[in-house]
Design a protein around this ligand. Structure first.
Ligand code: 3HC
Length: 316
């Protein structure tokens, strides 16, 4: 039986080594990657954060710093943590992150989570490099929302080590991780990935390598159905969102959630599926979605989509 060692770190957090992970590599510090790096560092893991350019690294680190300060100051305000412990937690979290543009640094990692943009050409080159530098025991994971894990396994040439670890936005708050296996994934790698996800205080669910896995396969057609409903003049975006919040108990309505996820991301997912499965009616691409993306109104990240945004919140 495997022994589970637990380490205490500042802020009374702990992590398990049953997964055999002590160093986590995160490639890409954007919307998802910064949250994944933060979640791992807050739990006591050493993190190697890799970006293409120094300015992206600095942007990602700032985002992590702001978020960890926000979470910690809330915990202090609520009396869940002493101010001194909170300050130490912020400092130790940031100190655990090594930021670099050198992909060779991934050689020391026990798990690598790729969270770069959904561009297969870029991923092909990247996975080729990953395959050359990683350890034989390294869990190689993609946070892709809709691309095939099997395709990336082929690019890196290490299919037994390859899985999907699909986190949700905002990673700091969302409790789910979809753990995705292909026919070639080594069951030991899969079991370690499940344990690693639990050690981040997330709930993992198992899924096979299929378009959209579980959540996006159900969620993205729901978001685009809401857009189509608005296009048909059934209701306004505001009333659709109010209806789903108050009538179905969702934390956000679908129009706001599409903006929150990013309309370019929604279009890339549904557009890709429509091309691959042209007879599937659930994969119809709304004209309003195409128009918003063409106009550069990508949702929260550009300050406007179906709604206007003020930072992370809907504008008043
Ligand atoms: N860092 C730190 N804290 C954060 C944060 C961040 N990035 N984002 C939110 N928070 C904290 C806030 O500070 C706040 O803390 P408090 O409760 O202690 O005051 C708490 O989260 C709640 O935030 P808000 O008060 O701003 O607003 P809400 O109560 O509405 O919660 C939400 C925000 C958690 C985003 C909630 O609206 C929600 O769950 N929305 C649905 C999100 C969702 O469905 N995500 C999945 C998208 S699909 C996806 O990611 C897959 C991809 O592949 C496309």
């Amino acid at each position: 039986m495997m022994t589970i060692a637990r380490y205490r770190v500042a802020g009374a957090r702990s992590f398990s080594t049953a997964s055999g992970v002590s160093t986590v590599g995160v490639i890409g510090l954007g919307l998802m990657g910064h949250g994944i790096a933060q979640a791992a560092a807050e739990k006591g893991y050493k993190v190697v954060a890799v970006e293409l350019e120094e300015r992206f690294l600095q942007g990602g680190l700032k985002r992590i710093g702001d978020s960890v300060k926000k979470i910690t100051s809330k915990a202090v305000e609520k009396g869940k943590m002493d101010k001194a412990v909170g300050d130490a937690h912020i400092a130790s979290t940031m100190a655990r992150i090594t930021a670099t543009t050198d992909r060779g640094a991934l050689a020391s990692c026990d798990v690598i989570i790729e969270a770069v943009i959904e561009n297969l050409q870029l991923k092909q080159t990247l996975y080729g490099e990953i395959g050359r530098v990683v350890k034989d025991s390294c869990i190689i994971a993609s946070n892709t929302s809709s691309l095939s894990i099997g395709t990336m396994a082929g690019y890196c040439g290490r299919p037994a080590q390859m899985i999907g670890l699909h986190f949700f936005n905002p990673v700091q708050m969302m409790k789910l991780v979809e753990v995705v296996r292909t026919d070639q994934t080594d069951p030991k790698i899969f079991a370690r990935a499940m344990e690693f996800s639990r050690s981040l205080d997330k709930t993992p669910v198992e899924c096979i390598d299929t378009p959209g896995f579980i959540v996006n396969r159900l969620l993205v057609p729901y978001l685009t159905s809401a857009m189509l409903l608005v296009e048909r003049g059934v209701a306004t975006p505001a009333d659709v969102d109010t209806a789903m919040k108050l009538g179905a108990g969702h934390p956000m309505g679908p129009m706001a959630l599409a903006d929150y996820v990013g309309l370019d991301t929604c279009l890339s997912i549904i557009g890709g599926w429509q091309s691959a499965f042209p007879d599937e009616p659930a994969f119809k691409v709304p004209e309003s979605l195409r128009a918003k993306v063409a106009a550069g109104k990508l949702g929260r990240k550009t300050g406007e989509g179906f709604w206007k945004w003020d930072g992370d919140k809907l504008a008043a």
